[in-house]
Design a protein around this ligand. Structure first.
Ligand code: APR
Length: 311
């Protein structure tokens, strides 16, 4: 049976996710937004590209959640970007309100779906979606590490002038500047980059990765990255739809793994038909464990802040 994926938020990330899902012919797509006409227009435009792109995926654009009923996966990109003069607390409470509203409707109409959260601040938004949906932890997963590790891989390939396909990169932690890239588990054709690059060069690549989102915002000036975030969300969806059981770094709900509890944070997980099928625990050095704890503290701080806000 053809799978059905709903993408909530028909902005830059959402429209690109819809395009990639359809062009890979992974599923039918329902694109939802609150702005009237926008999801309809984008879905029609994407459909009209299908004879040339050679796929038969059906793409519907709508403002009505009823059309999303029975989705296998729901990818949530809805939210607002930070506007001038807006405090971080205002942004979090607005986006948390949007996430709550979206998740409530999705949970009613697609009670068996797997939620892939993309909206920022990612780890906190995962928590809101988890609590609002009441879904088991394996069916709420956040997109962050796949994007962060793709950025790290890109920079490693640029530095060593090799194919990106030969690179593998490991990134743990929250999505943001406290993320924890792990160079000794990052490889080129199986060779750890610690064997190929000096400590200084690795540090430069790690810093660029941790600030990867900000680098794009600075260039674009009026928006944030969307091509790579969309690719990352679609890789996760593909692993679930095809039950590929890929090991990917994703934000997942931890219950003691890595010494962390009751929070969403990025760690390697196995993604298959059931969603997060396993959390892969790797041995960390003291330094890495300390960096992960620092990242978890930053996530915890946002989670506590959420409790004090009304949304
Ligand atoms: N329901 C549905 N859609 C909504 C809602 C809502 N309640 N509120 C806002 N939206 C829609 C907006 O109308 C807009 O079309 O979400 C879309 C967001 O799109 P953009 O502003 O273009 O943002 P985008 O670049 O796609 O990023 C979306 O992903 O990577 C993260 O940080 C990024 O949180 C942001 C999200």
């Amino acid at each position: 049976m053809i799978k059905k994926v709903t993408v909530v938020g028909a902005g830059h990330v959402g429209e690109t996710v819809a395009q990639r899902l359809a062009e890979k012919e992974l599923c039918d797509v329902v694109l939802i937004d609150i702005i009237e006409g926008v999801p309809q227009g984008k879905a029609l435009d994407l459909s009209e590209a299908s004879p040339i792109e050679k796929h038969d995926a059906h793409i519907i654009g709508t403002n009505n959640y009823e059309e999303s009923a029975g989705s296998d996966i729901v990818i949530i990109t809805a939210g607002i970007p930070r506007k001038p003069g807006m405090s971080r607390d205002d942004l979090i409470s607005t986006n948390a309100g949007i996430m709550k509203n979206v998740t409530r409707q999705i949970a009613t109409l697609s009670p068996e779906s797997i939620l892939i959260i993309v909206s920022n601040p990612l780890d906190a938004m995962c928590h809101v979606a988890y609590e609002t949906s009441g879904f088991p932890k394996n069916r709420v997963v956040g997109m962050a590490g796949v994007l962060d590790s793709a950025r790290f891989r890109t920079f490693i390939a640029m530095e060593l002038d090799v194919s990106v396909e030969n690179t593998h990169a490991f990134v743990l932690g929250g999505h943001g500047d406290t993320m924890v890239p792990l160079p000794r588990y990052s490889t080129v054709a199986g060779i750890p980059i610690t064997e190929l690059l000096s400590e200084d060069r690795i540090k430069a690549l790690v810093d660029r990765t941790a600030n990867g989102g900000a680098e794009i915002v600075k260039l674009l000036k009026t928006g944030s990255a969307y091509y790579a975030p969309a690719s990352a969300a679609v890789e996760m969806a593909e692993s679930i739809l095809k039950d590929k059981k890929k090991i990917l770094p994703c934000a997942t709900y931890l219950e003691g793994e890595y010494g962390l509890k009751d929070l969403f944070i990025g760690v390697p997980v196995k993604l298959g038909a059931k969603g997060v099928e396993d959390v892969i625990e790797i041995k960390l050095t003291d330094q890495e464990q300390t960096a992960l704890k620092k990242s978890a503290d930053a996530v915890e701080e946002l989670k506590e802040l959420l409790k004090t806000l009304s949304f």
